[in-house]
Design a protein around this ligand. Structure first.
Ligand code: G
Ligand code: G
Ligand code: NA
Ligand code: MN
Length: 253
């Protein structure tokens, strides 16, 4: 597949861009966080979504370079927002390979410090599957990251294979309920039961909850009433490039 060879170039030649999707703080009713989502602006093929090239990057040992690029770019963006007086916490997605790599984890901590970014401004989103393959190693790396002040989030919660026994041992701060339980929440009784139970479980374990995949006002309200801490979804905004995001943010205030 041609894209395999081109990905390395894409990273080096800055053909990647970050889009930003807001997360609404449901307690403060304020946008305090964004998730950074990478896209590849291919010179011939146009915008290539991450679902297409992340698996390629994973198979060809390019996740390290890709995630380092994402974090470096997010740091630059953090400072651009600070310069405009916008205080924004940024979440980035970390793959299973990244989490297993001790050098990578140290690089994240060192790089934030080197660029004078408070660690509290960054969240790492990790899928359950990154934990399942080697739970001991995952716990070790997560502990390192969390002891250094990063916020850790379990992404796509509920779709993976992690057990409650594993969840109990994970040093994380929040669960991100997968969009498949949220998108049709008000029309699906089983989803309501699952989300309500997950909120209780998480809160009793001292974890915050982010609901992703909120597509209507009623779902946002349902989650707010049940003390879900944060909400993300197309009802608020799709992922947007920097300038469009900034416009959206000014209008939403
Ligand atoms: O933004 P979109 O819905 O197209 O994202 C599709 C998938 O790609 C999501 O599962 C998302 O987590 C993943 N993704 C987007 N950006 C990144 C990234 O920078 N790193 C990793 N590992 N995954 C990403
Ligand atoms: O796997 P991950 O949680 O990182 O996936 C995030 C992706 O989910 C984003 O890239 C975004 O495009 C997508 N997403 C976010 N909100 C919604 C939503 O409300 N509806 C749908 N269908 N997708 C969403
Ligand atoms: Na994510
Ligand atoms: Mn998710």
């Amino acid at each position: 597949f041609q894209l395999i060879n081109e990905l390395k170039e894409a990273i080096e030649q800055n053909q990647l861009v970050l889009y930003y999707q807001p997360k609404l703080n449901l307690v403060q009713q304020k946008i305090t966080h964004v998730e950074a989502l990478v896209r590849w602006i291919h010179p011939k093929r146009g915008i290539i979504p991450p679902d297409t090239f992340i698996p390629i990057a994973e198979k060809t040992m390019q996740m390290d370079a890709l995630t380092r690029w994402v974090i470096s770019e997010a740091i630059t963006q953090y400072h651009r927002w600070q310069a405009k007086g916008v205080n924004m916490c940024i979440a980035v997605n970390i793959s299973a390979e990244n989490l297993k790599d001790e050098q990578f984890c140290h690089w994240v901590i060192d790089t934030l410090a080197h660029h004078s970014v408070p660690v509290s401004a960054f969240t790492l989103e990790i899928t359950e599957d990154a934990v399942v393959s080697d739970p001991k190693l995952a716990v070790k790396q997560l502990t390192l990251l969390r002891n250094n002040g990063l916020t850790l989030s379990i992404d796509d919660y509920g779709t993976g294979y992690s057990s409650l026994a594993q969840l109990k041992q994970l040093p994380v701060d929040e669960l991100k309920i997968d969009k498949s339980f949220v998108q049709k929440l008000l029309h699906t009784e089983t989803d309501q039961i699952i989300v309500q139970s997950t909120l209780q479980l998480a809160h009793n374990l001292g974890l915050k909850v982010v609901a992703e995949g909120i597509e209507d006002k009623e779902t946002l309200q349902w989650l707010t009433e049940r003390h879900c801490e944060m909400g993300q979804g197309f009802y608020l905004s799709r992922p947007l490039p920097e300038l469009q995001f900034n416009d959206w943010l000014s209008q939403s205030e």
